[in-house]
Design a protein around this ligand. Structure first.
Ligand SMILES: Cc1ncc(COP(=O)(O)O)c(C=O)c1O
Length: 380
């Protein structure tokens, strides 16, 4: 479908092209070049943690985090079902069990009370998600993790730059992941990053990322061979990708401001329509609006609205259909009805287009297309 208004658009400029070209023209170190470490340092500095390790994508990064903390067979990881499939898949990669907990109706992130109920002697970690750039109840979840001596692994894939009481999301737990996939706050096409303050974990992550190879930094520029001291993968980000990451980092605050402005226009245009619940920014929180998700009163209204917008060539999407209802998870024994709140929310949400350069006219086109069917639905 050729959309009049797509769901997202990448924000890029000359600097993105320039930095990539520099690496290509250099003709060497297209992998393990200085850009990789520099990008990692910039991200660590931006969020205020000591260490950052880049990966081919966010899923590989979370997989490495599971391995670095020794999460495996017979362990349980508490995750939301209202998220992208990776969040629940990564415990499965290492033989652990994802245990789904409910989400709260405001942030769509894990509900701390429900999380606490699902802790067992097998629980090793809580992995909350900051859905669509909105900080979840991370302070409350941190308290629970500390009380029960559990790891707190933040899936901050969608929330780079979001804050709670001035503290970046991704810095509340033991480790966090940011994704740089093309619809995220900044993007390198594919890419991901883990951030932590733990030096041992940092060292392990570097081994996991590159074949378990000792003295990895010099591999391509020295004639001696290396020892391989543990089992590892090739999850390395290329220098070209990292160069793009550096260029994107230089404008991250501008991108976030542009996103927030678009969200404000939506809030203004859609405010006061009683049938629509708008995304919220809780007091003390800073939402980066990776997604702009509205909630309708019923699935029927949501689906009618989605069809009306599709007719106007406006792309929308349901973020997210619950993971426990996916075929693969149903085959594993997860059942319909086990998370009533999550299932209800998932039936009623709809994500609208939002991208940094979306102008007032485009927002108005979307919001007018929403008002007409909503008025008709209310009348009918
Ligand atoms: C919440 C969440 N977790 C994990 C991921 C996985 O990241 P990636 O696509 O970089 O592998 C994504 C990205 O789509 C995501 O939105």
């Amino acid at each position: 479908m050729k959309w009049n208004i797509p769901l997202f658009k990448i924000f890029s400029d000359e600097q993105d092209y320039d930095l990539i070209h520099q690496v290509i023209k250099r003709g060497s170190y297209w992998t393990t070049g200085p850009e990789v470490e520099k990008f990692e340092q910039e991200v660590a500095k931006y969020v205020g943690l000591k260490y950052a390790v880049s990966f081919t994508n966010g899923t590989a990064a979370l997989h490495a985090a599971m391995l670095a903390y020794g999460i495996g067979k017979d362990d349980e990881v508490i995750v939301p079902s209202f998220t992208f499939i990776s969040t629940a898949n990564v415990p499965l990669f290492v033989g652990a069990k994802p245990v789904f907990a409910e989400i709260d109706t405001e942030t769509y992130g894990l509900d701390p009370e429900d999380v606490e109920k699902r802790i067992t002697s097998k629980t090793k970690a809580i992995m909350p998600v900051h859905v669509g750039g909105a900080p979840c109840l991370i302070e409350e979840l941190k308290e629970i993790a500390e009380k029960h001596d559990l790891l707190l692994i933040e899936d901050a894939a969608e929330a780079f730059g979001a804050k709670v009481h001035g503290k970046m999301v991704g810095t509340h737990g033991d480790i966090a992941m940011y994704s740089f996939c093309q619809n995220k706050i900044i993007t390198t096409g594919e890419g991901g990053m883990l951030v932590t303050d733990d030096k041992d974990i940092y060292n392990q992550l570097k081994l996991l990322r590159s074949h378990g190879r000792a003295d990895d930094a010099d591999y391509f520029s020295k004639s001696e061979t290396n020892d391989y001291i543990s089992l590892g993968y090739n999850f390395r980000m290329s220098s070209i990708t990292a160069a793009l990451g550096l260029a994107q980092m230089s404008k991250v605050d501008k991108i976030i401001e542009m996103r927030r402005n678009v969200a404000q226009q939506y809030n203004k245009n859609l405010g006061g329509i009683s049938q629509i619940t708008l995304p919220i920014e809780r007091p003390g929180c800073f939402n980066v609006y990776q997604l702009y998700t509205i909630m309708l009163e019923s699935q029927e209204i949501r689906d009618k609205l989605k069809s009306a917008l599709t007719k106007d060539k406006i792309m929308t999407k349901v973020y997210f259909d619950p993971i426990h209802l996916m075929k693969h998870y149903q085959n594993m024994g997860y059942t319909i009805g086990e998370l009533p709140q999550t299932e209800d929310i998932a039936k009623r949400v709809l994500t609208l287009p939002l991208y940094p350069e979306m102008n007032e006219e485009e927002v108005s086109y979307v919001t007018k297309s929403i008002r007409n069917p909503i008025n008709k639905i209310s009348e009918g």
